[in-house]
Design a protein around this ligand. Structure first.
Ligand code: SER
Length: 316
């Protein structure tokens, strides 16, 4: 019987992943875990436990006692926040991973999902149609931690046969919970401001193209990767994954098709340098070939859904 633990369940990916996995596996088989003392309303249809990813002993005890078979380890600081708190970001992004990899090595867990990011690439990486295997010299704390994590995942697979799987997520766009601390977050915030009828001040410049993806595609990719037969998973560092790539100006133009009054202004801040070091578009042939990945949501559809569903009362 599969028993799944999602650490970092209250975040942008976690919330939707828990709900999708519960639909697939049954509510009681999927335990949501987060450092937040309160279970978010959206996740009240199944078990919730308060866990700090850095509390190694408590995490170990819980996983062993509850006979958890799969762990999705999502707790992390994202790119912009990590720049402000480098040492804590390194600790959080790495220590939890070691705890889980070790548990799998000892035979307590059968399968691990660990998210990586386009942030593993850096200024020396080819920026257009970035290949799976290429120069990787990340220049952010977040990117350094994700790249190191990828190396450790591959190492634990090669040395100890740990079945760990990973995706290099692009910027993720969703409306069920707010993102926090990312360089791609503007592409979510913009919908709240547009719906409030306000002018949007974008922290990236108008032509900063970045790889992005509608959350439903990202969740489907994650589950498809985790459900694929082991032999099909050839990349044990992390898979490139591509959805839609656009600039703030292109996104604004698409929003204007629905809200002709919408206005945007550009006020780049420190996040501009982070965006400039990342790819503009991603080549994901390996994911397509190995486990049949294909995105469903183009820019137009994503914009339509976001404008319909975001709740403008969630932001000031
Ligand atoms: N969305 C993330 C960030 O901007 C990238 O993985 O930090």
């Amino acid at each position: 019987m599969e028993k799944i633990l999602i650490i970092g369940s209250s975040g942008q990916i976690g919330t939707e992943l828990v709900l999708s996995l519960r639909k697939l596996k049954g509510n009681d088989q999927v335990i949501a875990a987060d450092i937040k003392p309160e279970c978010p309303d959206a996740l009240k249809n199944g078990p919730y436990v308060v866990l700090n990813a850095l509390d190694r002993e408590k995490v170990r005890r819980f996983i062993i006692d509850e006979q958890i078979t799969q762990v999705y380890l999502l707790a992390a600081l994202l790119s912009a926040t990590a720049e402000k708190n480098p040492h804590f970001a390194w600790e959080l992004n790495m220590e939890g991973l070691f705890t889980i990899l070790e548990l799998a090595k000892e035979g307590h867990i059968q399968k691990i999902f660990w998210p990586s990011s386009i942030a593993v690439f850096g200024p020396t990486t080819p920026r257009v149609n970035t290949p799976q295997y290429t120069v990787m010299e990340p220049s952010t704390v977040y990117g350094i931690s994700k790249q190191a994590g990828e190396r450790w995942c591959e190492y634990y697979f090669n040395k100890f046969g740990v079945d760990v799987r990973s995706i290099r997520y692009p910027g993720l766009i969703s409306y069920t919970s707010l993102p926090g601390g990312g360089t791609t977050d503007y592409a979510v915030d913009i919908f709240y401001q547009a719906k409030k009828g306000r002018k949007f001040s974008c922290f990236l410049s108008e032509n900063s193209g970045l790889p992005m993806m509608y959350m439903e595609d990202a969740i489907r990719a994650t589950i498809e990767l985790m459900e694929a037969p082991k032999e099909q998973i050839k990349v044990r560092s992390s898979y490139n994954l591509s959805g839609i790539s656009f600039t703030p100006a292109e996104l604004a133009a698409e929003i204007k098709k629905h809200l002709p009054q919408f206005e945007i202004e550009y006020a780049p801040d420190f996040r501009q340098a982070i965006a400039d070091s990342w790819p503009q578009s991603i080549n994901d042939d390996a994911a397509r070939m190995d486990w049949g990945w294909k995105e469903k949501y183009p820019l137009s559809k994503m914009v339509e859904i976001m404008l319909e569903h975001v709740n403008p009362d969630w932001v000031q």
